[in-house]
Design a protein around this ligand. Structure first.
Ligand code: LIP
Length: 261
């Protein structure tokens, strides 16, 4: 975790300082709204070079330049250089550098750092999770109809239409929905009790690798699309235990656990 924090701190500083120029150098990926700025690329390159110095030979898997996964039992670093890129592009301060160490696909240490606020979310498997060094605990919600749930959507219009229709069916069953725009911070928000649950269809490993561990170590029930207990293809599920069963039933009824194009 110490390596993750020190590298993520440098990355967060670069993301913040390079924003004025980076947002003038924007490309797109899977659709015209799936943007990648020069900062996304530069931050990932910085993380890769620092990890090569600090942890030579350990593979890095990143959003912008991919990479090989590790050998069995070997540490693999998973980086989302700027999670919440659209927020970053617009100047919305809800974005983060997410860096996690995984072994056999399971996160064992994590750092999710917010460049704009300086907030640092960290976790070590089996030891807990923290915001700026203070222990995190999920909310004590027990009723789904009084629960605040966050979610997100993909970048392709046909997939967004399906996702939005499913979320619209979920909305009457909960207190309210939030769509903040950064998966890693949405997962950290469950850990902090700022929301009671988070479900999103279509995330990548780098989106959840850090935040899922932080939430799990704060007492959340987490089901990942890569896990044996996945609730649906491509679905990331995270909730305080008091509403987890109710929410898992509701998202199935809403169609969020289905395969979507
Ligand atoms: C984003 C996620 C967010 C999701 C967006 C996007 P990015 O990651 O953090 O939860 O709804 O569609 O995938 O692209 O900013 O790294």
């Amino acid at each position: 975790m110490d390596v993750a924090v020190s590298v993520a701190r440098e990355a967060a500083a670069l993301a913040l300082s390079s924003r004025p120029s980076a947002i003038r150098d924007v490309d797109t990926k899977t659709s015209k709204t799936d943007v990648v700025t020069a900062a996304d690329v530069a931050v990932e390159q910085l993380v890769r070079s620092r990890l090569e110095e600090l942890r030579p030979g350990e593979p890095v898997f990143g959003e912008e330049t991919g990479g090989a996964m590790a050998e069995p039992g070997q540490v693999c670093w998973v980086i989302d250089p700027i999670d919440g890129t659209v927020n970053y592009l617009y100047g919305l301060p809800w974005y983060a550098v997410s860096l996690a160490a995984q072994i056999d696909g399971i996160s064992v240490a994590a750092a999710v750092l917010e460049p704009e606020t300086g907030r640092e979310w960290t976790a070590i498997r089996g030891e807990g999770s923290w915001r700026d060094g203070v222990s995190l605990r999920v909310s004590d919600a027990t009723r789904l109809d009084m629960a605040l749930i966050s979610t997100g959507f993909g970048y392709r219009a046909e997939r967004r239409e399906r996702q939005a229709a499913a979320v619209a069916r979920l909305l009457p069953k909960v207190r309210d929905i939030r769509r903040p725009g950064s998966a890693s911070l949405d997962l950290c928000s469950v850990a902090a009790g700022w929301v009671d649950g988070y479900v999103e269809h279509g995330l990548s490993r780098w989106d959840w690798a850090g935040g899922a561990l932080i939430a799990e170590e704060a007492g959340a029930e987490v089901h990942l699309s890569t896990g044996p207990d996945a609730l649906g293809p491509d679905l990331t599920f995270c909730a305080t235990p008091g509403i987890a069963d109710q929410l898992s039933v509701a998202i199935k009824e809403a169609g969020l656990t289905e395969e979507m194009p």
